[in-house]
Write a protein that binds this ligand. Structure first.
Ligand code: MTE
Ligand code: MO
Length: 418
């Protein structure tokens, strides 16, 4: 069978490095793709009553009060109890459906009655204030798309390539449209003392998670106290009824179930920023408050543990940067030897997942696919080698090395260190 494919690909040809140009070939390629079934489609077994009969001869089901996806659709979050992973390889566009947004909670998801919930803002302010959710919703509101990424996303990269799926390797990041009131609006209401430089944010879960937020210009202009996600109230897993959104900063500091903000002159040195969420450097020191999620990209199609067939493939992927917009994504079809620019799908939003595409014809030969992104500060996503040279291999966090997918002649896609 392997030999068959190799021979067949010989007939189709197309070198691995040539982007697709010919329209007729494209159409032939897509017909073949449909015949074979794309590697990215995952269908579930629908209940018998759904599959029976001709849909044009029987009336369909009535309207529903709250919707769900088609029973034929199967992708789910893989869950480890205290976290679950977004199946990035099965998503379209840039928005993560709320039901598939990754989760990370250090002591479960609390059930919070919004009518009883309060937000206290105190410390170095002129007027300490307590807000109900209703009061917060009366302030001028903002909505924006932003990714959230756990600092531990992609962490297995530090140890070296493991043969896992994209979801398992990089599924601790998602994008939502978030709605709420800007932190700066609330701080105008409380007034801020000039010496205030840091802010403690506290969650009302059983973990009692607390983080120190530096009151930088970016934080003051972009932080949002959110109550909305993808057009409805936050999901319980994402912090219902209130979460702090700090676009571009590591997931952990985006405190969920937010109950308190305290302004101070210095970081509060909570256990979440001392024993955890620091980066162990090669010399044994620990790098603290490494909050920004640096630029990263991953090819989501094809990707780890998929099986592909010779012919046309649209290489698809996601790129993002905690420092701003994605300026450019490049794709390599020869393990980083040469790079070609991918097409970015509009809208390209600052600190948000950005979709990229690159047409490709696989000729059935062994190949290593990679992507790397450049953000609008000019920073370019590093190779694993370059990253490890600076950071060593003992960190648990902030791995953003280039992802390599190796495709063997049998069409199996594997995560490798290239
Ligand atoms: N109160 C509280 N906030 C929290 C956490 C938590 O356990 N408790 N987990 C943090 C971590 S480690 C991450 S990565 C993000 C995850 O956000 P999500 O679950 O909405 O994806 O929330 C952060 N905020
Ligand atoms: Mo996290």
């Amino acid at each position: 069978m392997d030999t068959d494919r190799a021979e067949e690909s010989g007939r189709h040809d197309g070198s691995t490095s040539a982007p697709l140009v010919d329209r007729r070939r494209f159409l032939a390629g897509s017909a073949a793709l449909i015949a074979q079934g794309s590697a990215t489609l995952v269908f579930g077994a629908a209940p018998a009553d759904v599959t029976e009969g001709d849909p044009m001869r029987t009336p369909g089901s009535p309207a529903r009060r709250y919707g769900d996806r088609s029973p034929f659709e199967a992708p789910v979050r893989l869950s480890g109890g205290s976290h679950s992973l977004t199946p990035l390889e099965h998503l379209h566009g840039i928005v993560t459906p709320s039901s598939l947004h990754f989760e990370r909670h250090h002591n479960g998801v609390p059930a919070i009655d919004p009518l009883r919930h309060r937000l206290l803002i105190h410390g170095l302010v002129d007027r300490p204030l307590i807000f109900t959710i209703h009061e917060l919703q009366r302030f001028p509101s903002v909505s924006r798309h932003a990714f959230i990424e756990c600092a531990g996303n992609s962490r297995s990269g530090w140890q070296g390539a493991q043969d896992l799926t994209l979801q398992e390797l990089h599924g601790l990041t998602s994008t939502s449209e978030w709605t709420g009131v800007k932190l700066s609006t609330l701080l105008e209401a409380t007034g801020v003392r000039p010496e205030a430089a840091w802010m403690l944010a506290e969650g009302s879960d059983a973990a009692g998670l607390t983080r120190s937020v530096p009151l930088t210009g970016d934080v003051l202009s972009e932080a949002v106290v959110c109550y909305g996600q993808n057009g409805e109230a936050l999901r319980p897993e994402q912090g219902y009824p209130l979460r702090l959104l700090l676009p571009g900063l590591e997931g952990n500091i985006n405190v969920k179930w937010l109950r308190r903000l305290k302004l101070g002159t210095a970081p509060f040195m909570t256990r979440w920023e001392t024993s955890k969420y620091t980066d162990l450097m090669p010399d044994g020191s620990a790098y603290q408050f490494s909050l920004v999620m640096e630029a990263k990209s991953v090819i989501t199609n094809p990707c780890g543990r998929q099986q592909i067939h010779p012919g046309f493939h649209e290489i698809r992927g996601l790129a993002w940067s905690g420092r701003g917009r994605v300026r450019k994504v490049e794709v390599s079809l020869d393990a980083g030897g040469t790079w070609q620019e991918a097409q970015l799908q509009e809208p390209v939003i600052s600190k948000c997942h950005t979709r990229f595409r690159f047409p490709w014809r696989w000729n059935g030969q062994e190949v290593i696919l990679q992507s790397r992104c450049v953000d609008d500060t000019g920073y370019r996503q590093p190779s694993r080698e370059a990253l490890v040279k600076v950071r060593g291999v003992h960190s648990n966090y902030h791995y953003n090395g280039i992802q390599s997918w190796k495709i063997d002649r049998d069409g199996l896609v594997r995560n490798v260190d290239a």
